[in-house]
Design a protein around this ligand. Structure first.
Ligand SMILES: [Zn+2]
Length: 678
């Protein structure tokens, strides 16, 4: 463990905009250092990915209006990348990174036309396909810069961009709900709500709020694409399943609700927040799979119930990232740790599983069985793909929410080796120094560092799955409730120690859609079988939870008869013994021996044959046709067909299996959509 006591002055960021409605506020990003497993992943993502790209490729489409032809969505790359570059710079504010963000900012601002327009389409193709979608990302990029640097020129450019948009899409002009792709119900265009509200929040100019409210009112009105109207608020409030709301394009839909969160933040209109909470609860219940993401072929599809099927193009990384971002909004606005529970599962499973080892490329889709495959090169001109520029926006958000604060003091959402510095209301500074290898281990030590004694509250998230939790301050035990924050109010002194021990027992999970399919979780981490650790074999196995019934019938010849218990009607969690594996492959993070039951036949010859399971993010992480894995374990599990083969063809129906472009330059040709569509 590398002890870290680097505390960067919070003065780096002169503009700190706090939402009036927020229950939890952000930590100033430069005041956080995250080490350990997540820290190393973030470092790779920044060093080899975000800050190593040829970023000029992302502003070229705006200079050349390149989306008039070709892939048509090159406009999204600059803003997706720039928002992650600002997260990286906020977290590690070096001169080198500042040069990059300033150089790229200069490039995009040079494409701004006299009337404020910035678009990857030429003027005669305004509103075509992904035009407004691309502008949305530009505006998000500009606002991410302004909110961290306070550079007035950037805000001015953002206002001019929005002014031009209002001049063509304001009242009496073209309806944004009738622009963009009809099949997406114009959702891609109206996601621009989010940065328009940010422009209002930072400029204070009423016309931007008026435009935002105008866009939201259009959701309720019939338009040329739909007689019914999009009804994003009405349907969310009514609990309509996500797959039946407007067009089921998953991450565009969530982006609309992210915008509604921002609008609630500045208006306080309860209906907006209620709609988003109701929508997110529907997504959680009906769409989110065990590893914390959803979608098939980029669409909602009642995936929570269908996740045990062999799915075509499951869990787009853009969906994974946007689900984290939506949960992040709800965590800030509601202070409900339920959303942090979700973000943690998504982070450790679907998100980290989608990033390659070097951190320079991502998966497009992430299956629950079969093999992992790199995202194809969607747009060679930008040397990127939608998910490749989006993945870092999820991962690099961790410093913003791992430790937050409210008016009472710090609020710890994610346990990680690292240091968090926060300013208390009286202006004094407190640092929380965390020592832990969580979630490899369930114990966390937090040391309080401060110059003078101070009375305040430290709140710690007790995950809902942690049914046996121990918490103490300087050895004094405290009561906790799973699924709530444990709030510790006292006169804190320098050197005070908080010890938290979470319940890391293996949990047997039952599929919501098929009672015959089980999976294993340990803390926030989903476990999987991987063919580096388990070989196919010609017999059946049953998962063997603790307390499975064992009947010993001596009079019949010493039969050991175990009743496999697949049905968990009571809803009471079932636990399973997990033994850490000593000799695991280098590229596997965590691996455990898990008890399975072998039955020669139903009445006799029963014995325990353990299988090794590893964490989901490590499963299949060689991204090769030869490295197969599986999460859901149908009961019984027929070991001869345990790993489906050749699944890259249902992830990507091209002629050639994509490989990582940066490690295999030759593979770029033949790797792109266009090459395969010839
Ligand atoms: Zn994507």
């Amino acid at each position: 463990m590398r002890p870290t006591f680097l505390i960067i002055s919070m003065l780096t960021f002169s503009v700190v905009v706090l939402g009036q409605q927020d229950k939890l506020m952000l930590t100033s990003p430069g005041a956080v250092t995250i080490d350990g497993f997540v820290g190393a992943k973030m470092d790779s993502c920044i060093k080899n990915g975000v800050m190593a790209v040829d970023y000029s490729l992302y502003s070229t489409p705006f200079r050349e209006h390149a989306d008039d032809a070709g892939p048509r969505f090159q406009g999204e790359f600059w803003g997706k990348w720039y928002t992650s570059a600002m997260l990286a710079y906020g977290y590690q504010p070096s001169d080198a990174f500042r040069e990059i963000i300033e150089a790229s900012l200069k490039e995009i601002l040079e494409t701004q036309e006299k009337d404020g327009r910035i678009s990857s389409y030429s003027r005669e193709n305004t509103f075509d396909m992904w035009d407004i979608w691309g502008r949305k990302y530009v505006l998000l990029g500009l606002m991410s810069n302004y909110e961290q640097t306070g550079n007035k020129n950037v805000l001015k450019a953002a206002c001019r961009l929005t002014d031009e948009l209002i001049s063509i899409a304001g009242p009496g002009k073209t309806k944004l709900t009738e622009t963009g792709l009809q099949v997406l119900g114009s959702m891609s265009s109206t996601t621009i709500l989010e940065p328009v509200v940010l422009v209002y929040k930072n400029s204070g100019e009423q016309k931007y709020l008026d435009f935002a409210e105008f866009m939201v009112s259009q959701w309720s009105e019939p338009n040329a694409y739909t007689d019914r109207g999009m009804k994003l608020i009405e349907d969310a409030l009514a609990g309509v399943p996500p797959v039946q709301i407007s067009s089921p394009k998953a991450y565009e839909m969530m982006s609309c609700y992210e915008g509604l969160c921002e609008l609630y933040r500045v208006t306080g209109k309860e209906e907006y927040l209620e709609a988003v909470v109701s929508f997110a609860n529907s997504v959680l219940e009906r769409e989110i799979m065990i590893v914390g993401s959803g979608s098939s072929a980029e669409l909602w599809f009642d995936g929570a119930y269908r996740q045990t099927e062999l799915l075509e193009q499951p869990m787009e990384t853009c969906v994974t990232v946007t689900w984290i971002k939506l949960c992040y909004q709800l965590l800030r606005l509601t202070g409900d740790p339920k959303w942090a529970d979700q973000m943690e599962v998504t982070l450790y499973n679907s998100l980290l599983g989608a990033m390659n080892e070097s951190g320079d490329w991502w998966a497009y889709f992430s299956p629950l069985s079969g093999e992992r495959m790199p995202s194809p090169m969607q747009v060679p001109q930008c040397h990127s793909s939608c998910c490749v520029v989006n993945g870092p926006r999820g991962l690099l958000s961790v410093p913003l929410w791992s430790v937050m604060h409210n008016e009472h003091g710090p609020v710890v959402n994610l346990y990680n080796q690292g240091v968090w510095s926060l300013e208390l209301q009286d202006g004094s500074e407190v640092s929380l120094v965390e020592e832990t290898t969580y979630p490899e281990d369930g114990s966390v030590l937090i040391r309080v560092q401060q110059e003078k004694d101070a009375e305040y509250t430290i709140a710690l998230r007790i995950p809902s799955w942690s049914k046996q939790t121990e918490l103490s301050v300087n050895g004094e035990a405290l009561e906790v409730v799973p699924g709530e924050y444990a709030s510790i109010h006292r006169l804190w002194k320098d050197g005070d120690e908080i010890r938290l021990s979470m319940d890391m027992r293996g949990r047997v999970m039952q599929s919501p859609g098929n009672m015959n399919d089980l999976a294993v979780m340990r803390g926030p981490v989903v476990l999987a079988l991987d063919n580096r650790l388990v070989k196919p074999a010609p017999y059946n196995l049953w998962l063997l939870p603790e307390g499975a019934e064992w009947q010993h019938q001596d009079e019949l010849g010493g039969l050991n008869y175990i009743l496999p218990d697949t049905i968990n009607a009571s809803g009471v969690p079932r636990y399973i013994e997990l033994k850490p594996l000593k000799d695991k492959p280098e590229d596997v993070w965590m691996a455990f021996e898990v008890p399975f039951l072998y039955r020669y036949t139903h009445f006799f010859g029963h014995e325990i044959r353990p299988l090794v399971m590893c964490d989901y993010a490590s499963a299949g992480n060689r991204y090769s046709e030869d490295n197969l894995f599986r999460v859901w374990l149908s009961q019984p599990l027929f070991m001869n067909q345990v790993f489906p083969e050749g699944t890259w063809r249902i992830l990507y129906p091209g002629e050639k299996r994509p490989s990582f472009p940066n490690s295999d330059k030759e593979s770029i040709k033949g790797n792109s959509w266009e090459d395969n569509n010839d």
